[in-house]
Design a protein around this ligand. Sequence first.
Ligand SMILES: NC(=O)c1ccc[n+]([C@@H]2O[C@H](COP(=O)([O-])OP(=O)(O)OC[C@H]3O[C@@H](n4cnc5c(N)ncnc54)[C@H](OP(=O)(O)O)[C@@H]3O)[C@@H](O)[C@H]2O)c1
Length: 277
Amino acid sequence: MQVGFIGTGSMGSILIEAFIQAGALLPEQITITNRTLSKAERLAAAYPGIQVSQSSADVLQLSEILFICVKPLEYKTVIQDLKDKTKPSQIIVSITSPVLINHLEGQLNCKIAKIIPSITNYVSSGATLCMYSDRMSEPDIELLDNLLSFISTPIRVSEEHTRISSDLTSCGPAFISYFLQKFVDAAVEETGISESEATRLACEMLLGTGKLLTVGGFNPLSLQKKVAVPGGITAEGLRIMENELHGMFNKLIRTTHSKYEEDVEKVEARFLGTDAD
Ligand SMILES: NC(=O)c1ccc[n+]([C@@H]2O[C@H](COP(=O)([O-])OP(=O)(O)OC[C@H]3O[C@@H](n4cnc5c(N)ncnc54)[C@H](OP(=O)(O)O)[C@@H]3O)[C@@H](O)[C@H]2O)c1
């Protein structure tokens, strides 16, 4: 199977490296391009066997599955390059939440999938969110799920819930890291423990917590109950969090959703050609 990538920025290169390192793809199965070609060439030099193409249309020609890894407002240019060149048997995978499946179906005659990866996929962990157009047959879905399962747990979500699902799986690592950083900063400030020691302790804790919540039989509520015995120290800490964080996640979700709505509008305007530039 030949797989192409348009865009080898942050997420494109994470996916390519993760697929190779997990043994899902050999470098020889991969063709890539990038607007600034030297970026793609650097990645190919690190993984001999990867082919670099000059244009998106060239990558398309060589690919059965093609991942588009550019930013939302850069999609229109790429789609323009691919239009009228796709074959109905090819699968185009978009990794961008505000580009809707129907935007792509309206422009391309091939099969369309929308997959939202996460930086956690770099260590073959975390989820990828999967949404498929009606043009994807069961064997197509199986093929893609199988590829993604080398680097993640593929989870089917409805497109209607793309934003909130991405907040949890894709933005989540940044949100949780912020939380951890604040915890560590306070630990250093309040007690004088070294930053490196506090960071190591906090990171090991997060890894263990993740395992308990995925394979350890706990959910977030049952884990809190298990650790926080009534009248104990953890229970006191949770009481502070309950008071201080009240409503914070609601605000966060409202904000990410309103930014998302803006992005969808901008992408739609660009696809319909009604935007300013
Ligand atoms: N970062 C994440 O954690 C994450 C998670 C899930 C989904 N995503 C999605 O992934 C997409 C890419 O994000 P990113 O963080 O990887 O952005 P990025 O680092 O800016 O990468 C985008 C890449 O696309 C290239 N590009 C732009 N227009 C192109 C064109 N017409 N033809 C070929 N290449 C082109 C850019 O080339 P230049 O080198 O010339 O700039 C750049 O290398 C976004 O839509 C984002 O929503 C990201």
